[in-house]
Ligand binder design. Sequence first.
Ligand code: FAD
Length: 401
Amino acid sequence: MAGIVVIGAGQAGSALVAKLRASGYDGALTLIGDEPVPPYQRPPLSKKYLLGEMGVERLILRADSFYADQAITLKLGQPVTRIDPAAKTVWLGNESIAYDQLALTTGADPRRLPAAAGGDLAGVYGVRKLADIDAMASEFQPGRRVLIVGGGYIGLEAAAVASKKGLEVTLIEAAPRILGRVAAPQTADAVRALHQSHGVTIREGLGLTRLTGDTRVTGADLADGSHLDVDFAIIGIGITPGGQALAEAAGLTLDNGIATDALGRTSDPAIWAAGDCASFVYRGARIRLESVQNAIDQAEAVAANMLGADTPYVPMPWFWSDQYDMKLQIAGLNTGYDRVVTRDSGPARSFWYYRGATLLAVDAMNDPRGYMVGKRLIEQGKSPAPEAVADPATDLKALLA
Ligand code: FAD
C-alpha cells in the first residue's frame, strides 16, 4: 500500500495527520510542506509574535518528536510541483511519492501589489508566513512611518502593533469602510474609534495608486491625488486560495478554491482538501472559511472520512482578533444579516447579527460572556428576542435555558 500523502504542512495538514494516527490509521503517512519550518500557528504572526512578545518556539504546533513517534514522514522546504492523478503520484521536483489517498491543505497566498504599482520595491511586505514577519521585524522602530494597505483584520492587527511600538501609522482602505467584507458598521465603528484613540490615521474610501521609490519604497501616490511619504509598507489586501495551479493541472474542479463535497472529497475520489484552500457548500452557498477553527475541524473531518466515517462536515464558525487591549471574539457567520443589535454593558460590548428573527452571529468586544452565550445559542439553533439581548439588565446565561 502506498499510503496517504498530505500536501501543505500548516494548521490543517498538521491536524489531519494527527487525526489519522489518533483514529488508528497505521499505514504510510507523509506530510509535505514548502516552508522550512514545521507546522506552526499563524494568528500570533500579526499579534504577539510581531510585537516581540512571543518566541518562535511557541508558534510551532507539534514538536519534531511527535512526527517521529507517530511515524509521520515530514518533508519540509519542498514544494510539490505536480500531481499525477492517473498514476496516483505527487512530484517534488525530480522526486516522486505514490499515494492511495491524497489531501491538499495548501492554505492561501496573500494578494500582492503588481510590480507596476510598486509591489516589488524593497520595504514592501505581505503578512502570511513566518518569513514575512521576520523580514519586516527590523522596520518596526519608533518614529518610523508605515503605510498599511487594507483595513481587514490582518491590516488592523499590524496597525495596532505598529502603533504600540511607537510608529506613525496610516492605514488606507479602498472600500467605503474598514472590515467591510466581514463585519457590520457597528463593529467597524468601534474598531476605528479604538485605533484613532491610539493615534492611527485611518483613511477609508481611499485607494492606492502606486507605491513610489527607486529600489526601495519611499512614498505612496493615493487615489485622491495626494502623496504620502513612508518608510515602509504592509500589504493586507486579502488572500487567494493556495494550491490552485497544482489542483487545476491535476484536473480538479475549482470553484472559489478547491471544490469539495460535504465529506471534503474533491472531484477526484482519491483526493481530499481542507482548510483555507477548500470550498464547500454551507447554507446553500459555496464558501471558504479562513480561520484556525475551520482548518482544524475540517481537517479532522476529512481524516475521519478518508478512513470511511462518511460524516459530512458541519462548521461551527468562530474567530478572534486582538488589537491593543481589545479582544474581539466572533461566533457564527453573519452572511445575509438584515439587522444588528447592540448590547452595551460598560467595557463589554457585543453586536448580534439577525436575519429576521434568526440569530446568525455575534461580535463580542472584551465580552467573553456575550461571546460564549452567543456561540452556544447559535450552535443550539436558538434565537433570543433582540430586545432581550439589547437590554443590559438581561442575564445572558438565562437566554440559554
Ligand atoms: P496554512 O496554515 O497557511 O498552511 C498551508 C501550508 O501549505 C503553508 O505552509 C504553505 O506554504 C503550504 N503549501 C502551499 N502549497 C504547497 C505546495 N505546493 N507544496 C508544499 N506545501 C505547500 N485565524 C483565526 O481563526 N484567528 C486569527 O486571529 C487569525 N489570525 C491570522 C493572522 C495572520 C497573520 C494570518 C496569516 C492568518 C490568521 N488566521 C487567523 C487565519 C489562519 O491562520 C488560517 O485560516 C489557517 O492557518 C489556515 O490553515 P491551513 O492549513 O489551511 O493553511
